[in-house]
Design a protein around this ligand. Structure first.
Ligand SMILES: [Zn+2]
Length: 233
C-alpha cells in the first residue's frame, strides 16, 4: 500500500453522477447496473493508481482481475456509488476480501491510501505489510484484506529476489560511474509506477540504499511500537 492522490474528476461523472445515482438507488435489481465501470472512469482510476491495486500494489492491467473499489461500500452508501473521492481500483482478491465491510467505529475503519498517512499505521518488512501495534486500523486492514495471503507473499518474494540482484550490483560496484548507473536501475525499480514499489522502496532503505526514509520504514516508528508494546505488557 502506498499513498495515492486523487486526480481530476472525469467529465463523465460530472455530467452523469446525479442521474445515474438516482437510477441506481431506484433499481430493483442493482446487480444489473454498474455505471462506475464507464470507460473514462476506469481509465482515470488506472492512471492515478498506475494500474496497481490500491491496497496490495499488485499489477491489475488485466481488466478481468480488477474492480472499481467503493471505499465506502455501495451497499451501505448508495449516494456515493459515483462519488469520485469514494472510488479506487483494487485487485479481485482485495476487493472480494473487503466485500461490504464497513464500520462506524473510526478506530477500526480500513486504511484509505488517498487520505491516510500510512506510515502511522503500517510498514513493510520483507514481503509483509505489518500493522503497527498501536494502530487498530492498521491491524484491522491487514486482517480484513488478508494482506498476508500466500499468493501475494509469493509474488512479492519473487519481485524482491529480482530486486536484490539490482541492489547487489549497486552495492558491489567500486567504479563510480558504473555505480551511478546501477543506482539509477535501483531507483527505476522502485518508481511509484512499478509493482510493489512501496515494499521495494522500504527494502532498499533497509539494505542501505540512500533514499529518504520518509515512509514505511523509519526505525524511530518501529521503536515506538516496541515501547508501546512494552507499555501494554
Ligand atoms: Zn489487491
Amino acid at each position: 500500500m502506498i499513498e495515492l492522490h486523487k486526480s481530476d474528476k472525469p467529465d463523465w461523472i460530472t455530467l452523469n453522477q446525479h442521474q445515474k445515482t438516482m437510477e441506481y438507488k431506484a433499481a430493483s435489481d442493482k446487480s444489473k447496473l454498474s455505471p462506475w465501470r464507464e470507460i473514462e472512469v476506469v481509465e482515470r482510476l488506472k492512471q492515478e493508481c498506475s494500474k496497481k491495486c490500491m491496497y496490495c500494489e499488485c499489477f491489475i492491467d488485466d481488466a478481468s482481475y480488477s474492480a472499481v473499489e467503493h471505499i465506502r461500500p455501495k451497499k451501505h452508501f448508495e449516494d456515493l456509488v459515483l462519488e469520485w473521492t469514494n472510488l479506487g481500483l483494487a485487485c479481485w482478491r482485495c476487493n472480494t476480501n473487503k466485500g461490504d465491510y464497513w464500520t462506524e467505529d473510526s478506530s477500526l475503519q480500513l486504511l484509505n491510501p488517498y487520505q491516510d498517512s500510512l506510515s502511522e499505521h503500517v510498514y513493510f518488512h520483507g514481503p509483509l505489510t505489518v500493522a503497527r501495534l498501536r494502530s487498530s486500523r492498521g491491524i484491522n486492514t491487514v486482517r480484513q484484506l488478508k494482506l498476508k495471503r500466500d499468493d501475494l507473499m509469493l509474488s512479492r518474494l519473487k519481485r524482491i529476489e529480482e530486486f536484490e540482484k539490482n541492489l547487489k550490483l549497486w552495492h558491489d560496484e567500486s567504479d563510480a560511474e558504473r555505480k551511478q548507473l546501477y543506482a539509477e536501475d535501483v531507483s527505476e525499480a522502485i518508481g511509484p509506477d512499478r509493482e510493489f514499489s512501496g515494499l521495494l522502496r522500504a527494502y532498499a532503505i533497509q539494505a542501505g540504499f540512500p533514499l529518504d526514509s520518509d515512509d514505511l520504514t523509519t526505525k524511530a516508528d518501529q521503536q515506538a511500537d516496541v515501547e508501546a508494546s512494552q507499555g501494554l505488557s
